[in-house]
Ligand binder design. Structure first.
Ligand SMILES: Nc1nc2c(ncn2[C@@H]2O[C@H](COP(=O)(O)OP(=O)(O)OP(=O)(O)O)[C@@H](O)[C@H]2O)c(=O)[nH]1
Ligand SMILES: [Mg+2]
Length: 268
């Protein structure tokens, strides 16, 4: 089964999105780092037959995670086998005063950079372990892989992510003999205030955000996690009716599944 792992800063709404898309129980709270382990469940796509997808809720990544801050870094190794990262970005600000933003204010581009940097640092650390295994660890990579690993490490040190190196993820993984987090395609979920879903105010979403997302040609979904979670809590048909009334044509699970299918089909 293909796996999608959620990544994002503390309190950006990862668990809310996870719950909305799966209906599975998970900790949702105003306290940062309320998710303390990986939680897996199937994406629910009411009324449509699609290949099953597993969604993984994860502990938050914060600035400094690679140096041991927060919880998320410890779990990144377990995400190396997943196929896609669902990168949740916080834009919601109203009616969430109890849920502090770890950086003090809403700034989606900065947040994306923090998460991407932490993924890059995790990849670099994994590449180094591979190139210079400690005593008793598995033998190092063969020569071809070593050269490729050194090249990727250099690119990452220069601020690039492995997926920007122009090779499809599977080919890159074969070449390197390992999976890199920054090689995985991402789906962005822009988690907005309920009010911002509706026509005019949608214009208030920052244009630079979409420019950033376009760099990777990544699919994105603009959603209100809270609203979607409320709809998911209702009976299937009632939930759909609630969303429809608000002008939302499809629940979050279906949008995620469609974006994932598109990426997987394109072999990205
Ligand atoms: N207003 C509003 N609040 C939201 C939305 N999504 C999440 N929240 C609130 O933000 C807080 C954090 O949500 P979580 O889903 O627990 O966030 P998380 O990213 O999983 O947090 P950690 O696991 O602690 O990193 C909760 O109080 C949610 O109710 C949204 O779309 N709108
Ligand atoms: Mg959580």
């Amino acid at each position: 089964m293909n796996q999608l792992a959620i990544v994002g800063l503390p309190n950006c709404g990862k668990s809310t999105i996870f719950h909305a898309a799966t209906r599975a129980p998970t900790a949702i709270s105003e306290t940062p780092y309320s998710t303390r382990k990986l939680i897996r469940a199937r994406v629910r796509v009411p009324g449509r037959k699609l290949a099953p997808l597993q969604l993984i809720d994860t502990p938050a990544l914060a600035r400094g995670a690679a140096r041991g801050k927060g919880l998320g870094n410890k779990f990144l190794e377990k995400l190396r086998t997943c196929d896609i990262l669902v990168h949740v970005v916080r834009l919601f600000a109203r009616r969430s005063l109890g849920a502090p933003h770890p950086e003090g204010r809403i700034a989606p581009l900065r947040d994306i950079d923090i998460v991407e940097t932490e993924l890059q640092l995790a990849d670099l650390a994994a590449i180094r372990r591979r190139l210079e295994p400690e005593e008793g660890e598995r033998p190092s990579a063969d020569d071809a892989a070593r050269t490729a690993l050194e090249e990727v490490a250099k690119a990452i040190e220069g601020g690039q992510s492995a997926r920007q190196m122009g090779l499809p993820p599977e080919e890159l993984a074969d070449l390197l003999g390992m999976e890199l987090l920054t090689a995985k395609p991402q789906i962005f979920v822009i988690n907005v205030d309920e009010e911002d879903l509706f026509a005019e105010s949608r214009m208030s979403l920052p244009e630079e955000l979409f420019t950033r997302i376009r760099i990777d040609d990544a699919p994105y979904i603009v959603a209100s996690g809270r609203l979607e979670a409320d709809a998911a809590a209702l009976d299937g048909r009632e939930g759909l009716a609630m969303l429809e009334e608000l002008g939302i044509d499809e629940p979050l699970g279906a949008k995620l599944a469609r974006a994932a299918e598109q990426l997987l089909r394109a072999g990205r």
